[in-house]
Design a protein around this ligand. Structure first.
Ligand code: NI
Length: 227
């Protein structure tokens, strides 16, 4: 299942991100790719230890921590420190690949099992042609190209690619996370229940049904989470 999380970054945070990305020094994107992915990866990436990357990461992680929808959909346990990439010019595409199952943070040596991947778009769709993120989910790949500040969350086990950028530059933040709920079906059921409880409470307030459904939600969380 794919989740679209709109407006993760507000206009002010987005403008600061763009300022930092415009002055940053880019490196070869193959730095963080596995051996299979490296063969099809042609983009630029910010070195993880640069000053710009550090400030950008802090902005994104703070915004993610405030997004109730991101939390409900991902139930994040550990988020790999977000990375930033640029597709354009010669380095303009990333062919079909699957993300590595485990990412190990170079500084902390902490492992993150990649249950979910995300892309946070940092350029507006009219700034570039191509650059759709295509996620093979079911029979056909679904192309995703979102407004700047919006995020797509998708299963890390899916085969995915970034189509060639033929004009302008596609800027994005991306990373992976380990969820408190490992099984996608359980996670999706919890999300559906959570959203249904919210809708019920909006219509009926905190009636007895909402209390009982909320109790089911938390008891399922007790059964299924690993924290
Ligand atoms: Ni990928």
């Amino acid at each position: 299942m794919l989740f679209h999380i709109p407006k993760v970054l507000d206009a002010g945070r987005l403008a600061r991100c763009r300022q930092l990305l415009d002055t940053a020094q880019w490196a070869d994107g193959r730095l963080t790719a596995g051996t299979q992915a490296a063969k099809v990866k042609h983009n630029r990436q910010l070195p993880e230890d640069g000053a710009e990357a550090r400030e950008l990461r802090a902005i994104v992680l703070e915004a993610l921590s405030k997004s109730a929808l991101f939390f409900a959909a991902a139930l994040p346990k550990r988020i790999y420190p977000p990375l930033f990439n640029r597709y354009g010019g010669e380095a303009n595409a990333f062919g079909n690949h699957v993300d590595n199952a485990i990412r190990t943070h170079p500084a902390s040596a902490q492992h993150v099992r990649t249950d979910l991947s995300f892309t946070l778009f940092l350029a507006e769709p009219d700034e570039y042609d191509g650059g759709e993120l295509v996620i093979e989910d079911g029979f056909a790949g679904r192309p995703v190209k979102l407004p700047a500040g919006d995020l797509i969350l998708y299963p890390s086990y899916s085969v995915h690619r970034v189509e060639p950028v033929t004009r302008g530059a596609r800027l994005a933040c991306f990373s992976w996370l380990e969820s408190m709920v490992r099984e996608p079906q359980q996670r999706e059921l919890l999300f559906e229940l959570d959203m249904s409880i919210l809708a019920h409470r909006e219509q009926h307030g905190d009636d007895d049904v909402s209390v009982r459904l909320t109790s089911c939600y938390h008891n399922l969380m007790r059964m299924w989470t690993d924290v």
